[in-house]
Design a protein around this ligand. Structure first.
Ligand SMILES: NC(=O)c1ccc[n+]([C@@H]2O[C@H](COP(=O)([O-])OP(=O)(O)OC[C@H]3O[C@@H](n4cnc5c(N)ncnc54)[C@H](OP(=O)(O)O)[C@@H]3O)[C@@H](O)[C@H]2O)c1
Length: 283
C-alpha cells in the first residue's frame, strides 16, 4: 500500500485505539479525540477535512451509550446520524474514502439465520435508529465509502462486557446473565486488523456496507462463561431478557454473516473465542 494520509476520529475509543495501532505504519495518521473533532458540532468537521485533506477518513467516533440514547435522542442523532453524512459530503468533495462503523442493532433480531447486508433494517432502539440514519446519510452522498457493521465489541480498555464481567466477578459471588440474545463478540483489535487488511489489499474499493464480526456465535451468558474459564469464577446464572429490563430494546438474534467481506476482500476475522483468548492474554 502506498503511504497515505489518514484522518482518524474517535481515536481514544475501543476501535479508535486499535486503529491507531494497526495503521501506525500505513502512512501519516492524524488522530483526533473529541476535543479536536467533536461530532456533536458536525458543521465544524467540514473545515477539519478540508484543512487536512486526508486520503482516508476513519470514523470510529460514535455515541455508543445504547441505554442513555433513549433519553438523549437528539444528541445521539447529531453524532451518529448527522455527523457521518457531513463527513461523507466532505469526503465526496475532497476525494477521500470514508470508512465508517455501524452496528448489528440496525436489525430487529427476528431472523432465524445470520443477517446479510441486504436484509431489511428495523432498529428497536434510538441508538439503532441513529446508526441507521448515519448509514443512509453516507449512502446518499457521492462519497466513496465503506460501512462496516460490527457487533458486541470488546477489548482491553474502554467500556465493554468483558471488562464489566471481570470487575463484577471480583465484587460478586453470583452473576445473572442474559441467555436469550445471541451474537458474535468481536474484539476491537480484530476490527482494526480487518479494516487494515481491506485497505491494504484492494486497489479499487467497492463502496458498500459490509458485515465485520468475529466468527461463531454465543449468548451473553455463553460469553460470560468463556470469560471466567480463566479468571476467578463466580457462579453464573442464565436469565431471560425479561428478567433484565433495560431502557433500550435489543435484538434477540444479532449474528451477522461475514460472507460478503470474505468474498469481496478475502478478509476473515478470527473466532470470538480466539479473539477473547488474545485479549485476556493482553490484559
Ligand atoms: N461497542 C459496541 O459493542 C459496538 C457494537 C456494534 C457497533 N459498534 C460501533 O463501532 C464503532 C466504534 O465503537 P467503540 O466500541 O470503539 O465505541 P467507544 O469505545 O464508545 O468509542 C467511541 C468513541 O467516540 C467518541 N465520541 C463520543 N462522542 C463524541 C463526539 N461528540 N465527538 C467526538 N467523539 C466522540 C468517544 O470519545 P470519549 O472517549 O471522549 O467519550 C470514544 O472515543 C462505533 O461506530 C459503534 O457504533 C460498537
Amino acid at each position: 500500500m502506498i503511504p497515505q494520509k489518514f484522518l482518524l476520529l474517535g481515536a481514544n475509543g475501543q476501535v479508535g485505539t486499535e486503529l491507531r495501532r494497526s495503521f501506525a505504519d500505513a502512512g501519516e495518521v492524524i488522530a483526533c479525540d473529541r476535543a479536536r473533532a467533536d461530532l456533536s458540532h458536525p458543521e465544524k468537521l467540514r473545515a477539519l477535512v478540508r484543512d487536512i485533506r486526508p486520503d482516508v477518513i476513519l470514523n470510529a467516533a460514535a455515541y455508543t451509550a445504547v441505554d442513555r440514547a433513549e433519553s438523549e435522542p437528539d444528541l445521539a442523532m447529531l453524532i451518529n446520524g448527522t455527523a457521518p453524512r457531513v463527513l461523507a459530503e466532505e469526503a465526496a468533495k475532497t476525494g477521500a474514502l470514508l470508512v465508517h462503523y455501524s452496528t448489528d442493532y440496525v436489525f430487529d433480531g427476528t431472523k432465524d439465520g445470520a443477517w446479510i447486508e441486504t436484509d431489511a433494517t428495523h432498529p428497536l432502539s434510538v441508538y439503532g435508529k441513529t446508526k441507521l440514519a448515519g448509514e443512509q446519510g453516507i449512502q446518499e452522498t457521492a462519497a466513496k465509502y465503506l460501512i462496516f457493521r460490527t457487533s458486541w465489541v470488546f477489548g482491553p480498555y474502554g467500556q465493554n462486557f468483558l471488562r464489566t464481567m471481570l470487575r463484577l466477578g471480583k465484587e460478586k459471588p453470583q452473576l445473572r446473565i442474559v441467555d436469550d440474545q445471541i451474537g458474535a463478540p468481536t474484539s476491537s483489535s480484530a476490527i482494526a486488523n480487518a479494516t487494515r487488511a481491506v485497505l491494504k489489499g484492494a486497489a479499487d474499493i467497492p463502496s458498500g456496507i459490509y458485515h465485520m464480526s468475529c466468527a461463531g456465535q454465543t449468548s451473553w451468558y455463553g460469553f460470560a462463561r468463556a470469560i471466567f474459564t480463566q479468571a476467578a469464577t463466580p457462579e453464573i446464572i442464565p436469565i431471560t431478557t425479561e428478567e433484565y429490563p433495560t431502557p433500550a430494546r435489543r435484538p434477540r438474534n444479532s449474528v451477522l454473516s461475514n460472507q460478503k467481506l470474505k468474498t469481496t476482500f478475502r478478509v476473515e476475522l478470527p473466532s470470538w473465542e480466539e479473539a477473547l483468548q488474545r485479549v485476556l492474554q493482553s490484559i
